[in-house]
Design a protein around this ligand. Structure first.
Ligand SMILES: *Cc1c(COP(=O)(O)O)cnc(C)c1O
Length: 439
């Protein structure tokens, strides 16, 4: 299969090329030139996540040198099966995507991308993965590439603007992972990363790639757990399953839309936003108006210009069809707090602030008459956000083992001015022997 740019001005790319490039050369996002069609019967006899993923993704790998490695890539990236279990009222379920090494769903995408890039790595200079992060992405990418020969990870995060626990997690890897705390905002971090990736001179000296959420290597694997969960539900109940997805950049939600389009037994898809309500405003009939983001308790969803909107517009070119494809709603901070408190008291559940937006939206949709089985997507473990969650539930949230091990390690991040030249200096210096690369 070939992959085209959403902007239509870049030549079609092979999968491996699209994975290595991240963004298409015309600034667009890579999308498949056709979508395969499946029915649940196509997955008969495939019971575990790696097998379902390999079957689902096989058409996308066809014709690429990576194709023979796909089953092994899936076994590596999908070794943690997400539990699908009842949640509260009959017909309500939750899909827990936070049992990976950094306790957020981004582990799936980051580990799949890392496994793909490692499988196509060639002899030659090591590759630096540059990632600007406001929290979860950086840790997932760092964990996925940690101690992988031939790779170095450089993380940029805004100093003082991620939670203490997130900062500790970003700085605790060491070895081939370098954490830089930038004296500026997340937007500064993104601007610096973009400038470095667009600097041909720098890239000639220091091979660079990114691992941000627009990468095809993160989008494709996210379809796999929707296929897995909807098939599991279909086999048990012979009914399709709706999903409610906490949404920021729209990567996770878009993966669910793609899985449904490809024929998996998925009914409604609802996108839950925090107070950054660009998407709900569009789906309610307004124009699509990206704007600056505002800070909320669900900080990994603080996005004012969801980058995957371009892929949504590709999937549904007609605005009316686009609006008809999903349900959506915005959940303000006060409602997130009430929801976490309520879920703990009434159901004995402790959603993270992001997951809480989905819990609240499902409650609203049920009140408006949404019928059928519906599944909340739990995107992170609540223990990642103790400052928010613990005062609401009045008790400590036990840490999952992987997170506890990470937090027990020392953590170190170097300060960096919010300046492109300063970053270029660090990137160049880092290629000297012994400076973070494993060969
Ligand atoms: C990144 C993230 C989201 C938003 O996912 P998108 O793919 O950007 O829409 C939601 N919840 C958590 C915990 C996240 O880390």
């Amino acid at each position: 299969m070939r992959f085209a740019s959403t902007r239509g001005l870049a030549p079609p790319a092979r999968l491996g090329e699209a994975l290595a490039a991240g963004l298409a050369p015309d600034g667009g996002l890579y999308v498949p030139d056709a979508l395969p069609e499946f029915s649940p019967r196509d997955f008969e006899g495939l019971d575990d996540l790696p097998s379902v993923a390999a079957r689902l993704l096989q058409p996308f790998f066809e014709g690429d040198p990576l194709a023979p490695a796909l089953p092994a890539i899936c076994r590596e990236a999908f070794d943690v099966a997400p539990p699908l279990r009842p949640f509260g009222a009959p017909g309500d379920y939750v899909l827990e995507l936070f049992h990976g090494p950094t306790a957020a769903f981004k582990d799936y995408g980051a580990r799949f991308l890392a496994a793909c890039l490692a499988a196509q790595a060639q002899a030659g200079p090591p590759l630096t993965i540059l990632v600007a992060t406001s929290g979860d992405t950086g840790a997932a990418v760092a964990a996925a590439f940690h101690r992988r020969p031939g790779f170095r990870v450089v993380i940029l995060y805004p100093d003082g603007r991620v939670s203490p626990r997130q900062a500790h997690q970003l700085g605790c890897f060491g070895d081939n992972v370098q954490a830089l705390r930038v004296q500026g905002s997340f937007d500064d971090c993104q601007r610096m990363a973009k400038a470095a990736l667009g600097d041909a001179g720098l890239r000639a000296d220091v091979p660079l790639s990114s691992a941000n959420s627009i990468s095809l290597g993160r989008l494709l694997p996210q379809m796999a757990y929707y296929a897995f969960a909807s098939l599991q539900h279909w086999r048990r109940h012979a009914r399709p399953l709706s999903f409610v997805v906490p949404t920021g950049n729209l990567g996770n939600g878009l993966a669910c839309l793609l899985a449904r389009r490809m024929g998996l037994p998925i009914a409604d898809i609802a996108l839950a936003s925090n107070a950054n309500d660009v998407l709900p405003a569009f789906f309610a009939g307004g124009d699509y108006r990206p704007r600056a983001s505002v800070a909320t308790l669900a900080n990994a969803m603080d996005v004012g210009a969801p980058s995957n909107y371009e892929r949504l517009a590709w999937l549904y070119p007609e605005p009316a069809a686009r609006r008809g494809a999903v349900l959506a709603g915005s959940v303000a901070d006060a409602d997130i707090e009430a929801c976490v408190r309520d879920a703990h008291r009434r159901l004995g559940e402790t959603p993270c602030p992001h997951t809480a937006t989905a819990v609240r939206l499902l409650q609203r949709l049920r009140a408006q008459g949404l019928a059928g089985d519906a599944c909340l997507v739990a995107t992170a473990h609540p223990a990642k956000f103790p400052e928010v969650v613990e005062p609401l539930v009045g008790t400590a949230v036990p840490l999952p083992a992987a997170l506890a091990a990470m937090l027990a390690r020392p953590s170190q991040a170097a300060p960096l001015a919010a300046d492109e030249a300063a970053l270029a200096g660090v990137l160049r210096r880092g290629t000297e022997p012994g400076a973070g690369f494993l060969r």
